[in-house]
Design a protein around this ligand. Structure first.
Ligand code: GUN
Ligand code: FE
Length: 503
């Protein structure tokens, strides 16, 4: 059958046996691949929604080992921290920020003008070459892992933030771009901060205007208002950023961190003694909106979850980062049961990997650890029967893939546009290639040293070798999630444009 994707708007027009001559993109797609049928690869319920994951099976001449899968959505990633991926020593959040994170981020531009406090240029070419190159690498790397859309934190430098937006636009990655605001001198280091709340506001506006000029329709790249987190921001900054987001129609997206680490909670209590809770700090300044992405949310109280649910704010679950920095285990099942919308984030470089497939795997793994932990370590007293867990915390592969795609789409308020294969959705898709079934003909005992690796190459990429040809699609997908990587990602499209491929 042929796949029709509109060349005009990059949206799925149909799956059909008739190829269309006047549709260049459909031709491109069908020249090499035959799209046969939908297979249900995984099934379940998330948030009361059907979490059925469909794959579009692709048949090539040789074997049925390829399928289209919705592109991954990374709802939380720090682009300038990419050089630090894997580097954290034994730090936890607050000393990690000071030891590793602020130093690397500060390299992405010069401090603001000492007289005006403002950045003097908005030109992305005024960003250091180092910043431009690292941002380009981040885009290459995330695309190669199947990330078709990312919500990025940049730094507080306007030229570099605008460079990240421009590179996403040129390279064709869907993205939200946030200029990071941090003006509280009591927490931020002098070599890397805004010098006033007004500086945060003015510079944020500069990036918003730049991005709106770059992509007026917001088809690919959109600005996102980014107060780093409560401790880095003064009250006037939080106030003006909340007002700024609300002053646009539709209101701008907002992203920040919440309730990641125990010491951070104590710090927020100390800095904002007037607030009932961490979430209440953000709520006071109109930063809890339906378009707000809250990263981590590991230690929320029931009242905070109720507040976030009432505001319809969204949560980015960052399991790799939460483990690495010793932040804790986010009770995802509880969030979902309470009706909160959840997606996945890599949180590079709190997270060590730019891969959302890895985030899905870690979401499954962490949920298993939570299910095994002692009753008093778990959040839901319902389980505190002393007999161990009923296993409710466990996320299935199906659920983690839902969070990686449809969940993420809901987090960025694009559930009708991306995350699945419905008619009219954008063609933000990855082509996944599983391992082949070819076996070497001769005995390895007869091989000279080295032949074994040649056989490995022939066997294809990791993630799946269906040795007996008997696996269901559900089983194939499980093996992909638990053991696959970027070698399985053969091609990636965003809005119908091919943005990554490997032979
Ligand atoms: N809280 C404030 N800034 C950061 C950051 O860069 N990463 C993480 N994981 N948490 C934060
Ligand atoms: Fe983060």
């Amino acid at each position: 059958g042929a796949l029709w994707v509109s060349a005009a708007d990059g949206r799925i027009q149909g799956w059909d046996w008739q190829a269309s001559d006047d549709n260049a993109f459909a031709e491109l797609m069908t020249r090499n691949y035959w799209v046969d049928i939908d297979a249900v690869a995984a099934q379940g319920q998330v948030n009361g929604h059907d979490s059925k994951i469909k794959v579009k099976i692709v048949t090539t001449n040789e074997e049925q080992n390829e399928f289209f899968f919705p592109g991954f959505i990374d709802t939380h990633i720090h682009a300038p921290q990419y050089p630090n991926a894997g580097l954290f020593g034994s730090s936890t959040l607050l000393d990690w920020l000071e030891t590793y994170t602020f130093p690397v981020e500060s390299r992405f531009g010069s401090p603001p003008d000492s007289k005006t406090g403002h950045q003097t240029s908005t030109d992305p070419r005024d960003a250091p070459i180092l910043a431009q190159q690292i941002y380009d690498q981040v885009i290459s790397r995330t695309l190669s892992h199947g990330t078709t859309c990312a919500s990025y934190y940049a730094t507080n430098h306007v030229p570099a933030t605008n460079a990240l937006a421009t590179l996403c636009y040129i390279r064709g990655q869907r993205a939200f771009i946030g200029r990071v605001c941090m003006d509280n001198p009591d927490f931020c280091v002098d070599y890397y901060r805004d010098f006033s709340a007004n500086d945060s506001l003015v510079a944020t506006r500069q990036t918003i205007e730049y991005i709106h000029a770059l992509d007026p329709e917001g088809n690919l790249v959109k600005p996102i208002v980014t107060p780093r987190f409560a401790p880095t921001c003064t009250r006037p900054a939080l106030q003006s950023l909340g007002d700024l987001a609300a002053s646009y129609s539709p209101p701008l997206h907002i992203q920040t961190h919440i309730s990641e680490n125990i010491n951070e909670l104590a710090l927020v209590k100390e800095l904002f003694p007037e607030a009932d809770s961490y979430a209440a700090v953000y709520d006071k300044y109109n930063l809890l909106t339906p378009r707000t992405i809250l990263a981590h949310a590991v230690h929320l109280t029931a009242d905070e979850r109720a507040l976030i649910r009432a505001r319809d704010s969204k949560i980015s679950h960052c399991p790799a980062s939460n483990s690495v920095l010793g932040s804790g285990i986010c009770p995802v099942r509880t969030l979902l049961d309470e009706g909160i919308t959840v997606g996945l984030g890599t949180d590079v470089s709190g997270g060590y990997s730019p891969s959302i497939l890895e985030a899905a795997r870690q979401a499954c793994l962490c949920s298993r650890l939570l299910a095994q932990s002692a009753p008093w370590q778990r959040d839901n007293p319902k389980d505190a029967d002393g007999n161990g867990s009923d296993g409710r915390e466990k996320l299935s592969v199906s659920e983690s893939l839902y969070l990686a795609t449809r969940g993420g789409a809901a987090v960025i308020d694009m559930a009708r546009d991306v995350g699945g294969f419905e008619m009219g959705m954008l063609w933000d898709v990855q082509l996944i290639r599983l391992g082949g079934v070819k076996l070497a003909k001769k005995s390895p005992l007869d091989c000279v040293v080295g032949d074994g690796s040649a056989d490995l190459v022939k066997a294809g990429p990791v993630g799946n070798v269906d040795l007996f040809g008997t696996e269901s699609w559900e089983e194939k997908i499980q093996k992909w999630v638990w053991s696959g990587d970027d070698r399985n990602v053969k091609a990636v499209w965003v809005g119908g444009r091919l943005v990554h491929s490997r032979v």
